[in-house]
Design a protein around this ligand. Structure first.
Ligand SMILES: [Zn+2]
Ligand SMILES: [Zn+2]
Ligand SMILES: [Zn+2]
Ligand SMILES: [Zn+2]
Length: 175
């Protein structure tokens, strides 16, 4: 099977469901279909397609939708060999200097594998998680300017995605 999205340049590396739109970064359509309900709906009929040669990236959760070359990083949304420099998969460690350790007493209610999101003003947010492996509380600060809107070099989005990856949001209201 191959991708049915109009104008796709790498048809053989993935199926329709795994085509990432260059406009909105969502999956299952391309720039031509983006925002057009009729065209995007028209692609749903191909969403059960599977790829002939499966992705071999370890722990890939979608390996029947793309080849190894077609694998897109879940943290930085780039192709497997084109990670953003700020991507944890590029060699940057998470936790890294952006992640602070300490006693976050008010977050003691967090269970293993949970994270908490707290707005701290001016569009900034603090994320605290209870590390699945170490049981320690860790926090990541996201500045309002660092959500990728000013380009890849100042984006903390990949770190954020890695920080909460496979963690469950705790909705407790502590304000
Ligand atoms: Zn495609
Ligand atoms: Zn789109
Ligand atoms: Zn993959
Ligand atoms: Zn990446």
């Amino acid at each position: 099977m191959s991708c049915k999205v109009k104008g796709c340049r790498n048809k053989l590396s993935h199926v329709t469901k795994y085509h990432m739109c260059g406009k909105c970064n969502n999956f299952g359509h391309g720039q031509v279909e983006c925002g057009n309900e009729e065209l995007t709906n028209n692609l749903i009929q191909y969403f059960n397609d599977t790829i002939d040669i499966k992705c071999e990236v370890p722990n890939c959760s979608n390996n029947q939708t793309h080849t190894t070359d077609g694998h897109i990083c879940i943290f930085c949304d780039k192709n497997i060999n084109m990670h953003l420099k700020v991507c944890p998969e590029y060699g940057i460690k998470v936790p890294d200097e952006n992640i602070r350790f300490g006693s976050f007493n008010e977050y003691e209610f967090l269970q293993l594998g949970e994270y908490y999101e707290r707005y701290v003003g001016m569009g900034c947010a603090q994320y605290v998680r209870r590390n699945k492996n170490s049981n320690l509380l860790e926090s990541l600060f996201m500045h309002s300017d660092n959500w990728g809107q000013y380009g890849a070099d100042t984006s903390d989005l990949p770190r954020y995605k890695a920080f909460i990856y496979e963690y469950i949001k705790n909705e407790t209201d502590i304000e």
